[in-house]
Design a protein around this ligand. Structure first.
Ligand code: S3P
Length: 419
């Protein structure tokens, strides 16, 4: 009998960690941040910000001190590692700086599209030299003009790059997106009183930074719901018991996973609801459940975009079929997640198929057995590790170290759920 139990705490929210580090680096004075994610992606943001002149203490969960300043021209290229958020948001910040910088990343990041960000930034007046749609590229910022922009993709990275450009360039921006993407940048800007509001469904920044610059920020970063999703999934697939997951961000733009899971038949209770720096936070109680297939709609996708791999894993254990509509964006994540989720589900004996921009998964009851190719994608590694917790499973991952990108202690925490 696979029994789940105990109390776990997911690591700090990756999206919020990047953003608050960047804002603290831009602020005049000393900021104190606790609960930051210590994963490799956040370290990439810290490294790049240090190259631009910010003083940032070692990245640890207990606390990080940041002394912000006017940013300085870097003496070498800005290497963003595997982190799309670092690359795209830093481009927004660089658009507002009067110097030139070269931005690059690892092989996965260099394959990811950047025009979605460079096009609006160029419209604002940044001078960008790129070869094709990706990194490396060189950007020279400076005197920007305001922008009213309708984004063709619901992407928080695109939206945030433009907001950071408006903030650092001191110009107004208005952004519309097809569906609302995660709103952490908006919440942080509001928390710091930077002149952000909503008008007729659009996000409007009319930067109100005084002559003394951006205020320093003290923040406690909530746990990452995208990391918690793996633990929730493991608990739902267990046969007995109850898992408590403490300190999880429950921002409505991030918890589509919970909404879909409830539709599939699982109950995740939220207790101790509270506010942390403008973000809703709760503890979650999760019990095993029998799941049924569902349809994930296009409007839901931005609220669960990073959870599709683990939701697909759950769908492979549900009664009936599940379809994910309009998940084409998954092709341009850390890996081609759309094809790899389907191929890996098939590799362990499940039925799944990517058809155009849709993912179709058929539920089954056979123990999953086979080799999974993670393509060094942290979320694929974790999603399939969860599948490997089923009784009788034999799921072999091509590698495990990629989990360090967003959840360094993932395997320890997963084990704890069953201890
Ligand atoms: C993120 C936005 C999402 C998400 C990524 C983090 C962010 O990407 O997939 O893991 O922190 O803004 P897109 O903006 O490309 O959808």
């Amino acid at each position: 009998m696979q029994r789940v139990g105990g109390v776990v705490r997911p690591p700090g929210d990756k999206s919020i960690s990047h953003r608050v580090l960047m804002l603290a680096a831009l602020a005049r004075g000393k900021s104190e941040l606790s609960g930051l994610l210590t994963g490799a992606d956040v370290k990439s943001s810290a490294r790049v910000l240090r190259q631009l002149g910010a003083e940032i203490s070692r990245i640890q969960e207990s606390g990080v001190r940041v002394s912000g300043s006017r940013l300085l021209a870097p003496s070498s290229r800005l290497y963003c590692g595997n982190s799309g958020t670092t690359a795209r948001l830093i481009l927004g910040i660089l658009a507002g700086q009067k110097f030139s910088a070269m931005v690059t990343g690892d092989a996965s990041l260099r394959r990811r599209p950047m025009r979605r960000v460079t096009e609006p930034l160029r419209e604002m007046g940044a001078v960008i030299k790129e070869r094709g749609d990706g990194l490396p590229l060189t950007i020279r910022g400076g005197a920007l003009r305001g922008l009213t922009y309708t984004s063709p993709v619901a992407s928080a990275q695109v939206k945030s790059a433009i907001l950071f450009a408006g903030l650092t360039g001191g110009v107004p921006v208005t952004i519309r997106e097809p569906y609302r993407s995660r709103d952490h940048t908006e919440r942080l800007f509001a928390h710091m009183g930077l002149g952000i509001h909503e008008r007729g469904g659009a996000i409007v920044l009319e930067p109100t930074v005084g002559p003394s610059g951006l205020p320093a920020v003290n923040l406690s970063v909530p746990g990452d719901p995208s990391s918690a999703a793996f633990l929730i999934a493991a608990a739902v697939l267990a046969e007995d018991g109850e898992l408590t997951i403490e300190n999880v961000g429950v921002n409505p733009t991030r918890i589509g996973f919970l909404v879909v899971l409830e539709r599939m038949g699982a109950q995740v209770e939220r207790v101790n609801l509270r506010d942390e720096g403008g973000e809703p936070v709760a503890d979650l109680l999760v019990r095993p459940a029998a799941l049924k297939g569902t349809e994930v709609t296009a409007a839901e996708v931005p609220t669960l975009v990073d959870e599709v791999p683990v939701l697909a894993v759950l769908a492979s254990r549900a009664r009936g079929a599940t379809v994910f509509r309009e998940v084409g964006e998954l092709r341009v994540k850390e890996s081609n997640r759309l094809e790899l989720v389907a191929a890996n589900l098939r590799a362990v004996g499940a039925k799944a198929e990517a058809r155009g921009n849709e993912l179709h998964v058929e539920g089954g009851t056979q123990p999953p057995r086979g080799r999974v190719e993670t393509a060094l994608d942290h979320r694929l590694a974790m999603a399939f590790a969860v599948l490997g917790t089923l009784p009788g499973a034999d799921v072999r991952l091509s590698e495990k170290r990629s989990v360090a990108i967003s959840y360094p202690n993932f395997f320890r925490d997963l084990q704890r759920c069953f201890a």
